[in-house]
Ligand binder design. Sequence first.
Ligand SMILES: [Zn+2]
Length: 392
Amino acid sequence: MTNDLISPDLARQIEDFIHSRQADIEGFIRALVETESPSGDEPGSRAVVDLLAAAANELQCVSKVERVDVTGIGQHLVVHAFHSQRQNGNILLVGHTDTVHSRGSVGERPWRKENNRIYGPGIFDMKANCALAVEVLRAFDELKVVPRYGITLALTCDEEVGSLSGWPVLERIAQSESPRCAFVLEPPAAGGRVKTGRKGTGIFAIKCEGKAAHAGLDPEKGASAILELARQTERLHALNQSGSGITVNVGVVHGGTRSNVVAAEAEGEIDVRFRTEAEAKEIEKILSRLEPIDERVKVYVSGGINRPPLERNAAVIELFERARGVASLLGFELGEAQVGGASDGNFLAAMGIPVLDGLGISGDGAHAVHEHILADDIPRRGALLAGLLASM
Ligand SMILES: [Zn+2]
């Protein structure tokens, strides 16, 4: 990929423009952070959407602002921009307005700026990035940049609790618009690296049924379900050494009744991750064919795959190379990372849409008390996203 994606002048102009709005953007981010919106907080969700919808409605390039109500959950926001370009196709920008921080968190850990760091609950994951998406559209407006494709920005309100109502909204857009690609505004990996792969996930349960017996009088008549579960756990965790993208964790176990009884029952909860569809099939096969080690014990496995992988395929690499080209115009090196955690990007990727994830502002502490972004990364990341959109 070459550097003639967009003109170097335009890249710098966009960065300068966003930089000139640094104080306003920080104010916007602050307002979003101080409007608390933990997942499932309907009034909080609406209030955050009020702020974002008002900002989007100011923009010339925005033709439609759609608010999708979900009773008892909140509101999804869909912003349609560059309607005249939609005949060429669309690009989907994906983010979320909910946070994992319960109401009152902002009182305990208020918005504060310390040197280059801006702290606040939900700022890094990902309210600052919701603001950034709107600011990128504003930069296009002000600099009279018209990208080749229409842009649809979808901000859902229940991503942090599994996107039960948000995913159908994204799926509807993906089906009706068949976007050329999707850019996911989740936080980047350490060092600002974008995410070119996310593992898929599965949740399984294992149940062992043995035979109870008195541990002192006739232990040989018993078949310990706990021993079987322990051996199966060892067997499953050995898969982590296989060198593949598969990881398995028996994270919860229950079993037995009393210390002087050979346990008749034991069960475990299993988290499974994998890098590719082929690995998903492989681990499903392994789990469905798990044989007991003690033949007197019955072993049952239930559950299944719940999120497909975002595979680092050729289309993803192409988007990454494009982003890297834009970054180099802006004078920085953009890295990539493959991570274990899933996002809505996983589902979009499974629909065959090329996805580049982790395009948010650098920082640290997602879901934690030290959650923050780096102030000087706002214009850089804004210019990266804008440059990427303009280069398509
Ligand atoms: Zn997030």
